[in-house]
Design a binder for this molecule. Structure first.
Ligand code: GDG
Length: 469
């Protein structure tokens, strides 16, 4: 088996809680081994742009250390104040400033230059997420001919959103340098086709490639998954050790990074509507929301935090009683094992992003349930996970508080038989397409695409030689 070399901005260094990318990829790397290369703010600014190795994992880890100004322009700037809002349909939150794009492209170039000597001839390279879209093009410039795949963890932007991006034509050159572009869902594949057609004048070839302005992009959807069995075991074993919830209260659980794409204020408003409409309080429902801090140096994230604190105060002020607090809002990360146990105790999983590439929390909630007495998943139609989990989840429109309130009402009244049926359907789906399925199907397709590129290149070279003779 070829060695796998993975690139992503974030590395699993154990210092702070992980987002979805690190959680999923960490599982795949633990099982398969290989090399994982990330980027990092050089806190003491002594190491410059060197690639520093980190021992202590079952795979090799390296981080490109970047000086503060460049890191901030690349990470907080272009990646998280331009690409992230744009890819999540929030062109209104774009915060464009001089130097961001230059830092983004130069970090990608430096990453290629700093890591190229680590690469071996039969390595398979897998680059992750919007921080490193140009990386394959930079590696190709340095003569790398290995299979290179890309996976976008966010949604692919619609053409109307992409219009807001200056220099958008670069995206085509960047994506065309890959042998495979992996997207989360069919929705994203359709968005990419639309962008290629309307912005780049492209068309789909008979073998599925998208050809635009003489360049080809291979794209397909590979819904990311979790280690379902392992998560179920953790949830089972945590049933007793994670913090116990008052059994007289039914628990709704929400677990999200405190990001504006996750629809947290909308979730709270939906719960507020449910409380307002509740005819009697025979069912005491508590919403436990774990909202781990993220990207706090970006202004839009400070605003969402204030908004959420304000709504929490409003709802609790109106509906709390002695011994009952409707919303428990925790702006802190909790240990992963505890999370698993909390999911299992919760009668309802409330996942309401306004838009989300996939949403692993929805899958974790399903995996953690007791199959003989499972809870109900309420899921936004705009989460990528809805494509797979609509078979068992109650699907809501996150913009409509009434839709959320009605789903909560339905969830508390669903019979045990129906809960088991819904859970079984979702369980079967997440088990079939778990995180290992995701890795293997992506890499298998990547290797096949790269082999056909190399054979096309060889035929072309042979033809040229023959013509020259
Ligand atoms: C991106 C895409 C896509 C959350 N709070 C805590 C904690 N978490 C863990 C969850 C879950 C992960 O973080 C979050 O994953 P999501 O998928 O829900 O969301 P993003 O971080 O936005 O991930 C997303 C994903 O990449 C993978 O492709 O699904 O659409 O946006 O695993 O459990 N973990 C711990 N404490 C917390 O407080 N330990």
């Amino acid at each position: 088996m070829s060695r796998l070399v993975v690139y992503s901005n974030r590395l699993p260094l154990g210092s702070s809680p992980s987002g979805g990318l690190v959680v999923a990829l960490g599982k795949a790397m633990d099982r398969r081994g290989g090399v994982w290369i990330g980027a990092k703010l050089d806190e003491d600014e002594t190491t410059g742009q060197t690639l520093k190795s980190y021992e202590g994992a079952s795979f090799d880890r390296y981080a490109l250390h970047l000086p503060a100004e460049e890191y901030n322009n690349y990470y907080l700037g272009y990646a998280n104040s331009v690409l992230w809002p744009l890819f999540h349909g929030r062109a209104d939150l774009l915060d464009v400033a001089d130097g961001q794009l230059a830092a983004y492209t130069s970090v990608n170039r430096k990453m290629a230059e700093a890591s190229v000597d680590l690469l071996e001839d039969d390595d398979v390279i897998w680059i992750h997420d919007y921080h490193f879209i140009p990386l394959a093009a930079e590696l190709r410039k340095l003569g790398v001919t290995n299979p290179i795949g890309f996976f976008l963890h966010t949604p692919f932007p619609s053409s109307s959103n992409l219009h807001a991006l200056s220099h958008k034509e670069m995206l085509l050159d960047w994506l065309a340098a890959y042998d495979l572009v992996g997207l989360q869902t069919q929705r994203d594949v359709s968005a990419m086709l639309e962008v290629c057609r309307t912005i780049f004048g492209g068309q789909v070839l008979s073998d599925g490639r998208i050809r635009s302005q003489g360049q080809d992009i291979w794209a397909a959807s590979f819904p990311i998954g979790i280690d379902v069995e392992k998560f179920r075991q953790t949830a089972e074993s945590q049933e007793v050790t994670s913090p116990q919830i008052d059994p007289r209260q039914k628990l709704l659980i929400g677990v999200d990074r405190l990001d504006y794409s996750k629809g947290l204020p909308h979730k709270f408003r939906g719960f507020q509507r449910f409380l307002e409409d509740q005819a009697d309080d025979s069912d005491r429902l508590t919403l436990l929301q774990i909202a781990s801090p993220t990207r706090e140096d970006v202004e839009a994230y400070q605003e969402i935090r204030h908004e959420l604190e304000q709504i929490t105060g409003e709802v609790n002020g109106e509906f709390a009683e002695l011994g009952y607090i409707p919303i428990q809002y925790i702006h802190r990360a909790v240990p992963r094992d505890y999370l698993a146990g909390l999911y299992r105790q919760a009668a309802i999983g409330l996942v309401t992003p306004l838009i989300d590439g996939m949403n692993l929390v929805a899958k974790e909630y399903v995996a953690a349930q007791d199959p003989e007495d499972p809870g109900v998943l309420i899921l936004s139609e705009s989460a990528g996970a809805a494509e797979q989990l609509k078979c068992g989840a109650l699907i809501i429109n996150p913009y409509d508080p009434t839709s959320i309130a009605e789903a909560i009402r339905t969830a508390v009244s669903i019979s045990l038989e129906e809960r088991i049926e819904r859970h079984q359907a979702m369980w079967t789906e997440i088990l079939k397409r778990n995180v290992y399925w995701w890795t293997e199907t992506f890499l298998d397709r990547l290797n096949r695409n790269a082999a056909s590129r190399l054979s096309r290149d060889r035929s072309l070279a042979d033809l040229e030689t023959a013509l020259r003779r």
